[in-house]
Ligand binder design. Sequence first.
Ligand SMILES: C[S@@+](CC[C@H](N)C(=O)[O-])C[C@H]1O[C@@H](n2cnc3c(N)ncnc32)[C@H](O)[C@@H]1O
Length: 402
Amino acid sequence: MSRQKKWRFATWSEPSRGFPYWGLQGIAGSASDPAGNPRILEPTVNEAPSAKWLIRISEVFADLEQEILQHLGAASLRKLGRGYSLIQLANPAAIRDSEAAKFVQWNLPVHHSWPCSPRDIPGFIEKAAQAMFRKFGARNPQAIIVGPFDPGAADRYYRTLASNLRGRTLQLFPPQVAAIRDAEAQDSRAPTLFCLIGKEGLFCGLQSPQASNGWHAGGTKFIRQSGPDTISRAGAKIAEALHHLQLTRRPPPPGSHWLELGASPGGMTAELLARGYRVTAVDRAPLDPRLANAHGLQTVLADAATFQPAKHVVYDAILSDMNGAALESITRVIRLARHLRNNGLVVFTLKLPGAATFAAANETEASVVKSATAAGLRVIARTHLTYNRHEFTLFFESAPSA
Ligand SMILES: C[S@@+](CC[C@H](N)C(=O)[O-])C[C@H]1O[C@@H](n2cnc3c(N)ncnc32)[C@H](O)[C@@H]1O
């Protein structure tokens, strides 16, 4: 091994040696000092608080990415998979507090990485699993969730690798870590060991699902968007929104009454009904005939601006997916929120068709939130779902009456 050779180091353990081993990949420093003694080499592992973060920004906002990174105070280090960036972050709070936060679909502090081509590493799974156990075994993650950077790839190699790596890693951790089989069964506020894997290598970190903004590694839950019975692709959006909501609070129980504004053709309506909810669906356009006579459904062919529920009606939740100007839509919701019960839920699709810039999107969102807040609706979460296009999903709760 030449002393002149440059090395980059990533951590993994070599099980047969029984001690930590720093894998060699090429930059900075030599493997021995001038006297020929082995050097203690710095790994590319970050201890919390991490300066390196993995973030996911939807391709929908690809044009705004530079501005988003700038507002996060982040320097881009590398693109990973589809939509992921490895960034250096001076102020991690920006991931949650800055104007750019809502554009970041999912985030993870990188506490351990192994940049490599897993396909070319013999025994990759065993080496990676041992390294994860050595690094995180004493830190009591509630669960280990491993996913591929590109879950939609036609080549299933990394999906299978992720699943096998998770399986082997769980064998090393205490049995309770394997007890969580459904991602939604995690405690949203307890740390999980998330790990993403792809042709660029393996990137792991310990963070709660709530702080990461999703239950899965990468945040995406697979929800079928189209099938023979699908009425519209919007159905996947409310399914994902209700999944996401559980990071913050429980969704309304079955039997709850939803007022849905902008319901036609009815993809979301069908999803709500399938969950055992009652729905009053309002739209100027009719619903898909497949929903005719659906149990629990009342349809109202009307403009949301003029629709007037009977005085005594109280809704548990309001869903708005109306297109058109966002401020007009929130005004319709606010008027009807008089019929929302205390601590009732509002799921609002904030459409941004005319807001092509970062500043315009923020301005629209800020004015919608301002109007809603003034009317007693408190923002409990906001995100860009994987099934959102040029829009965000905002969640509000009505304030309890004094
Ligand atoms: C994106 S589509 C909704 C798709 C629907 N959520 C689904 O799941 O299939 C928007 C709908 O909002 C309706 N809309 C827009 N403004 C409205 C208003 N003021 N009153 C009633 N419906 C409205 C449109 O007629 C249109 O059907």
